[in-house]
Design a protein around this ligand. Structure first.
Ligand code: MIC
Ligand code: MG
Length: 302
């Protein structure tokens, strides 16, 4: 009922305990608060909150148009809906190192367990596209150092993402990952790794947890959890998978209503009314008022 019963501080401890090298904890991307609850119910280890999903949800491309307030508000709404730790994509940190410091404090305040900050220049783009540009190492080190200093809860996870692999190649990615750990990063997100061997090279180079981004239609093959665990990955994200799936289903049913004049043929693939009510915990609200749930739910079983 209502929101998470686990405090943000406890979720941060939970996240740190979960992220051991080789654990390959799976964090699907929630596209709204309710999907975070579904992720928890299905037994996942955490929730990812994608910058691409937040932007696309607003009808915008993922090029750094969303603001800190929009991201912190939506991420907070998603994070509070589940007892799992939530890791949010903070893009380039929304500005200069001073802005990055504020970003971290706002995200802590919003109840996130951790965030990642990347080394792209603005306007940024999806890490799996060509033509990216990254800032120099000193600038990125200042971003990370500012974030580390600003954090009030020492357990808030600060993850540094580097996009340099797509610009200069693997050996630069290894060097940068090491330098960002020295600057204060608790974890590393090496973006757009081409092979398992590349993931392995990063995992062997640093002694902090490493993330693997299993986004569809990108530069990385969709490796299994087992394969990623074997090369030492601590956490795997599926950032846009649920949004892509939901939008795919929405597009199909819209076409069906147009062509058939009814959605009747699509009802079997929908979440039922009963299941939806179960997910929002409708019945439990009777603890406040017994007249809230005094009906039987039509529309089939959950
Ligand atoms: C992980 C990512 O930063 C995101 O915003 O979800 C994106 C995902 C995507 O665009 O597929 C990324 O840059 O990889
Ligand atoms: Mg992103």
């Amino acid at each position: 009922m209502l929101y998470s019963t686990v405090s943000p501080e406890d979720k941060r401890l939970q996240l740190r305990a979960a992220l051991t090298p080789g654990a390959a904890r799976q964090f699907p991307g929630a596209f709204n608060p309710l999907s975070a609850r579904l992720i928890e119910e299905k037994g996942y280890d955490g929730v990812y909150i994608s910058g691409a999903v937040l932007a696309n949800d607003l009808g915008l491309p993922d090029i750094g148009l969303t603001t800190l307030s929009e991201v912190a508000t939506r991420a907070g709404q998603i994070a509070r809906m589940s007892n799992l730790p939530a890791l949010v994509d903070a893009d380039t940190g929304f500005g200069e190192p001073m802005n990055v410091a504020r970003t971290v404090q706002e995200l802590e305040h919003a109840g996130l367990a951790g965030c990642h900050i990347e080394d792209q220049v603005n306007p940024k783009r999806c890490g799996h596209l060509d033509g990216k540009l990254v800032v120099d190492l000193a600038t990125m080190q200042r971003r990370i150092a500012a974030a580390a200093t600003a954090r009030r809860d020492p357990h808030f996870l600060l993850m540094a993402r580097t996009d340099i692999r797509g610009v200069e190649g693997l050996s630069s990615a290894v060097d940068r990952a090491r330098a960002l750990v020295d600057a204060g990063a608790d974890a590393i997100f090496p973006e757009a790794m081409a092979t398992l061997r590349e993931f392995e090279a990063i995992c062997s180079a640093v002694d902090v947890p490493v993330l693997a981004n299993m986004t569809e239609f990108g530069k990385s093959e969709l490796f299994t959890r087992q394969q990623l665990a074997e090369v030492g990955i601590a956490v795997v994200i599926y950032p846009v998978t649920l949004l892509r799936t939901a939008m795919g289903a929405a597009e199909r049913v819209l076409e069906e209503i147009r062509s058939e004049g009814t959605q009747a043929g699509a009802v079997n693939s929908m979440m039922t009314r009963a299941r939806l009510y179960e997910l929002v915990d409708y019945e439990t609200y009777n603890t406040f008022d017994e007249s809230v749930f005094n009906f039987t739910v039509p529309g089939g079983s959950a």
